[in-house]
Design a protein around this ligand. Structure first.
Ligand SMILES: N[C@@H](CCC(=O)N[C@@H](CS)C(=O)NCC(=O)O)C(=O)O
Length: 234
């Protein structure tokens, strides 16, 4: 592959604060495939710079003239276009199963994590993004960010219950995908990296989930561990 691969990656006020769970899925998938990538710090309100993708969310991956979006679709593209590199799915059955894991993470895990950390986000955003973030998120949740933040402790307790199936699996195997990490891990871990970059550890220290988080932080040469984070709060 000769084209430079470019990833539009959500950033905070600090260019290096890369906290999007969906962009982390893509960054890990690219590392898994051994595809070098140039990341571009992108803000919520910079819709124009990704307009060629035909929509307004990241990750957006640019490969030559191709503008790809949707983290799951990007993973399928990488799997199909880099067949010689280590597999993200391990075959058709693994692809179908990873699709379920990805959907669970997006529809169950992400909202549960958002309830734990959303109050911390505005202060870390680029000033030009702050009103947009508040307006769109308050509309989505139907309440103020402050009222969600006030329930952080019960939200964390609820999240830890939601993690029960993940915990059960990780007590028996090192990774969601088995002995080695693959896309099912990337799909779930993105949420943990989202919180970690913004200063929150979601799982208790003695939780099997935390041991897996540590393994994921070490994977791919410590890609996720080396990310810029704000000082931990939990
Ligand atoms: N289903 C999409 C979700 C993408 C998404 O929601 N991205 C967020 C960042 S994590 C975004 O760009 N939001 C822009 C906005 O809310 O305007 C995927 O998996 O890629």
């Amino acid at each position: 592959m000769s084209d430079t691969v470019r990833l539009y990656d959500l950033a905070g006020e600090d260019d290096d604060l890369r906290f999007s769970p969906n962009c982390w899925r893509t960054r890990l998938a690219l590392a898994h495939k051994g595809v070098p990538v140039e990341t571009v710090a992108w803000r919520f309100t910079e819709k124009d710079s990704i307009a060629r993708s035909g929509q307004g969310k990241v990750p957006v991956l640019v490969v030559g003239d191709l503008w790809l979006y949707e983290s799951w679709d990007i993973a399928e593209y990488l799997e199909d276009h880099f067949p010689q590199a280590p597999s993200l799915f391990g075959g058709a059955v693994g692809r179908a199963t990873a699709r379920f894991v990805n959907q669970w993470a997006s529809e169950v895990l992400h909202p549960a994590v958002a309830r734990c950390i959303i109050g911390d986000i505005p202060a870390l955003l680029h000033p030009k993004d702050r009103d947009y973030f508040r307006t769109t998120r308050e509309a989505a949740f139907g309440r103020s960010l402050e009222s969600i933040a006030a329930e952080r402790e019960p939200a964390l307790a609820a999240l830890r219950q939601t993690l029960a199936p993940l915990r059960g699996v990780l007590a028996r195997q090192h990774f969601v995908a088995g002995a080695e990490p693959a896309y099912a891990d990337h799909a779930v871990f993105g949420a943990f990296q989202w919180a970690r970059v913004l200063g929150t550890k979601l799982a208790a220290a003695d939780d099997a989930v935390s041991a897996w988080v540590e393994r994921m932080l070490d994977a791919y040469g410590g890609l996720a561990r080396n990310a810029t984070c704000v000082a931990p709060m939990v």
